[in-house]
Write a protein that binds this ligand. Structure first.
Ligand code: ATP
Ligand code: MG
Length: 583
């Protein structure tokens, strides 16, 4: 992948297919599982270098430049200043923040000839904090917001899906510095609104969702999710406006009691799974309670209980129990826990019980009896066993209810294109970045950071704008707006007319490409459809005789005839209106 592009590009407005380096492909790349990966490669936008590493060809570069220009405009509109930081970062900075170890194998590391260690930036909190800590000094200079476009490097465990999960990718990341939470909140909201506008200008159907802050730190955060089946994120949303990543969504889970109030042992000669238990008793899985044994950071054993028809949310488990890890079968045996028949009554001493909030409204549980082939019904918290903590533990799923309005939630898949975080003082404290307040006291900066996946969002757009023939770019990010297609290159009249119309469109400021190659009509149409120019202006001999040209709108593949002499004016007006729609 080339280094990040200029953010205020001057793109040529008349391109020639005969000159353009755009080697389109008829075959799908063998490793491509999703549309954006297939089509970006076939449409000659990107080429693979290594797993998760891509180069951009001229057409992809034009799209990239437009995306960056939109992002840059929105950053300028909220007063964030562009800069550029280095990708190679001294290990010392990462030791200061503690992330040299915390980041794990995703951090790409290298050594220079003198044996000094460096990280290839996966993100820039460390570098920017070090950059400002001795030079941004007074409350009078705050707040400040700075951003850059740069390559990021993450040694993802599973690089795949082309630009969606790459190991080298371009991010726009902004960082802000404040005297207090109120000032941070204000800029955070501006950034979130800017992200909404960026999504709209890119034509993305999206949701801002509640999320987890992961490696970056901080507590308050929103992810911007472009809806797409190919997305790796799962979200729940409601017509009332609530939306959250299923990993963290604090939804209302329906859980039910199983018949019987007295504690009773049931013989269950089955393989110990929730599905087989529900089948054996002919009850829904929601009437069962699932137990998961794990240990905390210090190796102390804890058993988590959740409604039987739900899954444990790994992020929620980690929030509830520091360093939570599930026990292996051997570890369970060693700890004297009955695999498949685990329950809360009479657990070995010292084992903590943590239960999902939803179970608080379930007076009697159907659980394992802590012995092979037996379950207990009517197990009552507070009477038959004690729960050490009630917390939110499950991954949200269909059938759960909205925490705001109580209606049933809907599920969708999404691509995380951006995320905004309130970092607070995590980095300013660990790295000693302070400013002087009005009374002359040293105070740590209150910080925010705001990441936007520039290359990933390009793939997200293609996921939402493709059909079986190729891409149909929104005008805002198309590599050019109109493709003029002369059908008979041997025919002087057709060629001259095509050149004249293309020239007039370009002179009016429309971005035009003319397919002046000596190719069959079928080849030109296939390429135009694949690359995804929003409009094709087709000039053929027959139309010419009738004084007409044909306009194809790629979005819906509809064709209309335009009177030749009005075609340029109509198209200029149409493009102006389309641009306006994405402005
Ligand atoms: P994910 O959860 O998808 O791994 P993340 O939460 O780790 O992403 P952030 O640290 O929030 O990512 O980075 C900001 C933005 O950078 C993301 O919203 C995403 O658009 C982009 N991004 C992150 N990882 C990748 C990647 N491997 N390839 C392409 N873009 C990425
Ligand atoms: Mg993220």
């Amino acid at each position: 992948m080339a280094f990040a592009a200029l953010t205020t590009p001057k793109l040529p407005t008349l391109l020639r297919m005969s000159e353009l380096y755009a080697p389109t492909l008829r075959e799908d790349p063998v490793d491509a599982e999703i549309a954006s990966h297939r089509l970006l490669v076939r449409a000659a936008m990107i080429r693979k270098v290594a797993a998760g590493v891509y180069s951009f060809l001229p057409l992809g570069m034009r799209v990239l430049a437009k995306v960056e220009a939109i992002v840059a405009e929105e950053m300028a509109a909220i007063g964030s200043q562009e800069m550029r930081m280095s990708v190679i970062q001294p290990a010392e900075l990462w030791h200061e923040s503690g992330r040299w170890d915390d980041y794990g194998p995703e951090l790409m590391r290298l050594e220079d000839r003198h044996g000094h260690s460096f990280a290839l930036a996966p993100t820039h909190e460390e570098l920017i904090t070090a950059l400002i800590r001795n030079e941004l000094r007074s409350y009078r200079e705050l707040p400040k917001s700075l951003y850059h476009f740069s390559n990021k490097y993450r040694d993802e465990i599973r690089p795949r899906f082309g630009l969606l999960r790459a190991r080298e990718f371009i991010m726009k990341d902004a960082y802000s510095f404040h005297v207090d939470q109120a000032s941070l909140q204000e800029h955070y909201e501006q950034q979130a609104r800017a992200y909404g506008r960026i999504c709209e200008r890119l034509g993305l159907t999206y949701f801002p969702v509640e999320a987890d802050s992961g490696q970056i730190g901080g507590k308050v955060t929103i992810e911007f999710m472009a809806l797409a089946e190919a997305g790796e994120a799962e979200l729940v949303y409601c017509d009332c406006g609530y939306a959250a990543n299923t990993e963290v969504a604090e939804v209302n889970v329906r859980a039910e009691s199983y018949a019987g109030e007295t504690l009773r042992e049931i013989h269950t000669p089955i393989e110990g799974s929730i599905a087989s238990l529900a089948k054996f008793l002919s009850i829904p899985e929601s009437q069962t309670v699932k137990a998961l044994a794990g240990c905390d950071l210090d190796g102390r054993i804890v058993v988590l209980f959740i409604p039987g028809d739900h899954e444990l949310g790994p992020i929620k488990a980690l929030r509830a129990v520091e360093g939570f890890e599930l026990l292996t079968d051997e570890e369970m045996e060693a700890a004297g826990l009955a695999r498949g028949y685990l329950g809360p009554v009479d657990l070995p001493g010292g084992v903590r019980i943590i239960a999902d909030r939803a179970l608080q409204s379930v007076p009697h549980w159907l659980v394992g009896a802590n012995r092979e082939q037996y379950h207990l019904s009517g197990a009552r918290p507070g009477r038959d066993f004690e729960v050490d903590a009630w917390v939110d533990l499950t991954t949200a799923q269909s059938g759960d209810r909205c925490p705001l309005c109580g209606r049933d939630l809907k599920m969708a898949r999404g691509i995380e294109v951006g995320q905004v975080f309130q970092l607070g003082t995590k980095y300013s404290e660990s790295m000693g970045a302070q400013y002087m307040d009005e009374e002359g006291n040293e105070k740590p900066f209150v910080m925010g950071c705001y990441g936007w996946g520039v290359t990933r969002c390009l793939a997200a757009v293609v996921e939402q704008y493709n059909d079986e023939d190729g891409i149909f770019w929104p005008v805002s990010v198309a590599p050019a707006e109109v493709c003029v297609v002369p059908l008979a290159v041997g025919d002087n009249e057709v060629v001259q007319l095509a050149e004249r119309l293309a020239g007039e469109l370009a002179a009016a400021g429309v971005e035009v490409v003319i397919d002046d190659r000596d190719e069959r009509a079928g080849v030109k149409f296939a390429d135009a459809d694949l690359i995804g120019w929003p409009y094709q202006l087709v000039i053929g001999k027959r139309g010419l005789a009738a004084g007409e040209v044909e306009l194809k709108t790629r979005e819906n593949n509809e064709k209309q005839s335009l009177p030749l002499e009005q075609s340029v004016d109509s198209l200029v007006a149409l493009i102006a209106a389309r641009r306006e729609a994405y402005a």
